[in-house]
Design a protein. Sequence first.
Length: 334
Amino acid sequence: MTSTLHTNILGIDFENPFLLASAPPTALVESIDKAFGMGWGGAVLKTITPDDLEMNEASPRYAVLTDKKRIIGFQNIELLSHQTIKYWCEGIKYLKHKHPSKIIIASIMSPVDKTAWQTLVKTLNDTPADAFELNFSCPHGMPEKGIGMAIGTDAEVSAQITGWVKEVAQKPVFVKLSPNVTNIAAIGQAVEKAGADGLAAINTVQGFMGIDLNTLRPVLNVNRKTTFGGCSGPIVRPIGLRCVAQLRQTSKLPILGQGGISTWEDAAQYIAAGADAVQICTEVMLNGYKIIGPLLKGLHDYLDAKGFADINALKNKAVELLTTHKALQKTPPS
Ligand SMILES: Cc1cc2nc3c(=O)[nH]c(=O)nc-3n(C[C@H](O)[C@H](O)[C@H](O)COP(=O)(O)O)c2cc1C
């Protein structure tokens, strides 16, 4: 039997489950064009905001955590897309015309204002994007303006905005959740009740990357000062897997899993933890779009070796094994 990487989520046909996450690899139309040509199944656009929302970047805005010279973690204090809404409307049309089988998800964020959210959604309704992803989860910069993670850590506000978007959206709506909460499943339940069609997790984990003991400056500093940033890459994978599994335990909605995926094995683990497709950012920033070749081959060969027809046969396999600590203590030794 030969397996297929094709999968269908909410009636949308994905030629494979590997999507570029909303981040620098999806900040420009020409980069996404190139990535699609190399085999990526889709892209979540760098988060689009109303044109009048100020985007003052700090620089430098990236740092890495290494172990024996291998990069095991990444931290950023980057903000959102610097391109206009018009740029993205034209870009989405161009990309869909050239790559009709690829999935384009428009990530959006707006101030907590019904008209602002609905105007953004209505404008993007008229593009051939396949779905929306609501960014309720950026942990730096935006929370100071009352948005990003400030939304995603508040179940009531998350539900309210999801409701506003669902009133006008003509495409499925995924909500991208923050891991920086005590109970991600509670936020997932709130947005599901408000009408979300799917969930995405995780955005970056808020962190403090480190301190240089010679200079006593933070590793990531702007003129010596720093702010807490968003961590990604391999160091956050156990947190991402836990969040996706917790969401899957409480919801049947499709989940776009992400956080620290570098290899096909990492992706397969996310699917076993309940994800319907996966998104990748940091590994692409470190090693380029070409990583898609080994990801596709590795997952395909694995499904074949296991005798699985598609990723649905792998989905949730690990969730079925999750139980309470109390129940573990009752398990007889094997
Ligand atoms: C430099 C950088 C910029 C990012 N920008 C966005 C963004 O604009 N919108 C968003 O939803 N997530 C953003 N993210 C988060 C990623 O989409 C992703 O959720 C996170 O990095 C975890 O995945 P990874 O470990 O594969 O990087 C950004 C991440 C990084 C590293």
